[in-house]
Design a protein around this ligand. Structure first.
Ligand SMILES: NC(=O)c1ccc[n+]([C@@H]2O[C@H](COP(=O)([O-])OP(=O)(O)OC[C@H]3O[C@@H](n4cnc5c(N)ncnc54)[C@H](O)[C@@H]3O)[C@@H](O)[C@H]2O)c1
Length: 220
């Protein structure tokens, strides 16, 4: 099998770093795109391509992808993981708060996916994985724009699946949860195993789905 290449957004820390490291351990060549430098991630991955840029900025996305292609030549997997989740009472939520959350959590996955698509089409095989949230199903009242953005991301994923199917590219979402109303957050391995399942060579028929990984705290 050809060595696969993956781009993970928001790879400097948290889940993005875990996803990048897990994909590298599976033999993928990995690049990360984050606002922040990614020394910790780079230290854990041989031949890591560290792209510092903003996922809401089309120019920076394009430049990042060009660097990735210069280095690896191909792109197969995009993990749209970068996200922000500020909590605020609804009545204090400003239009700027709403727009900022929508831009990072919903518009950016669209921009990154659209910019990456020509490379995935050229490869003839691909996986788009959007990191949503199980909070969409529990809907905490202090996270109205966040819930709306992640619900939008799930809708984006479903529609994208049909649009990309002719090219052999799947699109799925993973919805991490917090268990028992936040008493326990999911451990990275709980989510990494789901990511590896979604991107697996044998998952060609899995598309348009949202995999809710929330330890039984919420159901679709
Ligand atoms: N941690 C959880 O329990 C949990 C639960 C449900 C969903 N999620 C989702 O998983 C994803 C990752 O969560 P996390 O907790 O690891 O987040 P985190 O805050 O630890 O890391 C997010 C990363 O994204 C980067 N980032 C933010 N805005 C960016 C931008 N505009 N351009 C480029 N990079 C940007 C940050 O620099 C950071 O490195 C998010 O989409 C989040 O909504 C997380």
């Amino acid at each position: 099998m050809e060595t696969r290449t993956a781009l993970v957004t928001g790879a400097a820390q948290g889940l993005g770093q875990e996803f990048a490291v897990a994909l590298a351990a599976r033999g993928y060549r990995v690049a990360g795109l984050d606002l922040a430098p990614q020394p910790e991630t780079a230290a854990k991955i041989l031949d890591y391509v560290e792209l510092v840029g903003d996922v809401t900025d089309e120019t920076q996305i394009g430049e990042g992808l060009e660097r990735l292609i210069d280095r690896f030549g191909t792109l197969h997997v995009v993990v749209n993981n970068a996200g922000i989740y500020p909590a605020k009472p609804f009545e204090e939520t400003t239009a700027d708060d709403w727009r900022r959350i929508m831009r990072v959590n919903l518009e950016a996955p669209f921009l990154v996916t659209r910019a990456a698509l020509p490379y995935l089409k050229a490869a003839g095989w691909g996986r788009i994985v959007n990191i949503a949230s199980a909070a969409v199903f529990s809907a905490p009242p202090t996270m109205v724009p966040y819930i709306a953005s992640k619900a939008g991301l799930i809708g984006f994923t479903r529609a994208l699946a049909g649009a990309l199917a002719p090219y052999g590219i799947t699109a799925n979402a993973i919805a991490p949860g917090t268990v028992d109303g936040g008493l326990r957050t999911p451990e990275p391995p709980d989510l990494v195993s789901t990511l590896l399942y979604v991107v697996d060579e044998g998952s060609d028929f899995l598309t348009g789905q949202t995999l809710n990984v929330s330890g039984g705290s919420t159901y679709l």
